[in-house]
Design a protein around this ligand. Structure first.
Ligand code: UFG
Length: 338
């Protein structure tokens, strides 16, 4: 029995595949390469010695998707595929709903048709509302504030309703906090198209000289130094969290959302400082106005992940900034340089 991995060549999917193949899991990878590179497949092979069983499939293409379910006998699905840019989701919400909701529904319907009963889903801390309390537990009120967040929250609800209707089904949305870092070999990492939206890829592009300076969005928040505080998690820790979640899903039923975070926050200035110190490089920055939609600070209560998955983060902020830089320095233009 194999595990279907959607979005397998994206940032988090690719690191998961490397970890899971290295641990001997039997994976079938799919992606449509809309936001990723075919070269990732060579990297997975390079890092694991396993030639990945890959199929180019778009989840909106039900015929192709069904042929995959006909050809294989899947025990579980890990569903990473989806659009993930907050600003873009506000500009084109229907594109987000079609890809993230319709694509995911197609997948779930196929799972129903072929009696595949374990689903681990890439969700996000963005499903929570403004913190009513901090850190966030999984019971915290949900109220996303943009279409991207809505797609994550809605598909969680769909999984929950389906799990309630099918007593054999196990639905495990993993609510990621802020994934950064890269494979420690420097051979694989995040490769955003265009100017990055997120902090760490922006920092690495400034450090490598492709962007002039980082804009720090606001230093007047009620936080340790006025800049935004987030719970950063190394993508390799995140990968391991998924491996544990698959085992959990295969041994349990019902709907079980789980936070994956370190349980500790760092400010923007603390991240910049860690990056500069660890990598002996400088990151010019200037403080500008707050970015619309940003919260001051939040981090995960990761107790449930420890209790249910026996998982907690192993890697530090120093590991994260070192590995993010290792990848950027080795391949300044990402997979185009590979
Ligand atoms: N920041 C800057 N300058 C930048 C980019 C970010 O100062 O150029 C700051 C932000 O204001 C924030 C922190 O760095 O305080 C982290 O910002 P990111 O954009 O890296 O991450 P977010 O916390 O905004 O968003 C992330 C993911 C989303 C996800 C969300 C969940 O990018 O996909 O976490 O809460 F929805």
């Amino acid at each position: 029995m194999s595990i279907l991995v959607t979005g397998a060549t994206g940032f988090i999917g690719s690191h998961f595949c490397v970890e899971a193949l290295a641990q001997g899991l039997d994976l079938v990878l799919v992606d449509n390469f809309e936001n990723s590179s075919e070269k990732v497949l060579d990297k997975i092979e390079l890092l694991t010695g396993v030639k990945p069983d890959f199929h180019q499939v778009d989840l909106r293409d039900t015929e192709k998707l069904e042929s995959l379910f006909k050809d294989y006998s899947f025990e579980s699905v890990v569903h990473f595929a989806g659009y993930k840019a907050v600003g873009e989701s506000s500009a084109d919400p229907l594109m987000y709903y079609r890809n993230n909701i319709v694509g995911s529904l197609n997948l779930l319907e196929m799972m129903k048709r072929y009696e595949v009963n374990n689903l681990v889903f890439s969700s996000s801390a963005t499903v929570y509302s403004d913190p009513v309390f901090n850190p966030y537990t999984e019971e915290h009120r949900k109220l996303p504030i943009n279409p991207y967040g809505n797609t994550k929250s809605m598909f969680e609800d769909i999984m929950q309703d389906y799990a309630a209707a099918n007593p054999h089904f196990s639905a495990v949305p993993l609510r990621y906090f802020n994934p950064i870092g890269a494979h420690p070999s420097g051979e694989m990492g995040e490769d955003p198209k265009g100017i990055p939206n997120n902090l760490m890829p922006f920092i690495t592009k400034v450090a490598v000289g492709q962007l002039k300076e980082l804009q720090v969005f606001g230093d007047d928040y009620d936080t340790v130094d006025g800049t935004g505080v987030r719970d950063y998690i190394h993508v390799m820790d995140l990968a391991e969290g998924h491996i544990r979640a698959i085992a959990f899903a295969e041994n349990n039923t019902g709907y079980t959302p789980i936070n994956l975070g370190a349980g500790k926050g760092y400010s923007v200035l603390e991240v910049i400082k860690a990056f500069e110190q660890q990598n002996n490089t400088s990151v010019p920055y200037k403080v500008v106005a707050r970015r619309a939609g940003d919260l001051a600070q939040y981090w995960a209560d990761a107790t449930r992940a420890k209790d249910l998955l026996d998982w907690e983060t192993q890697l530090t902020i120093e590991d994260m900034v070192k590995d993010s830089w290792g990848w950027q320095k080795k391949y300044p233009n990402g997979f185009n340089d590979c």
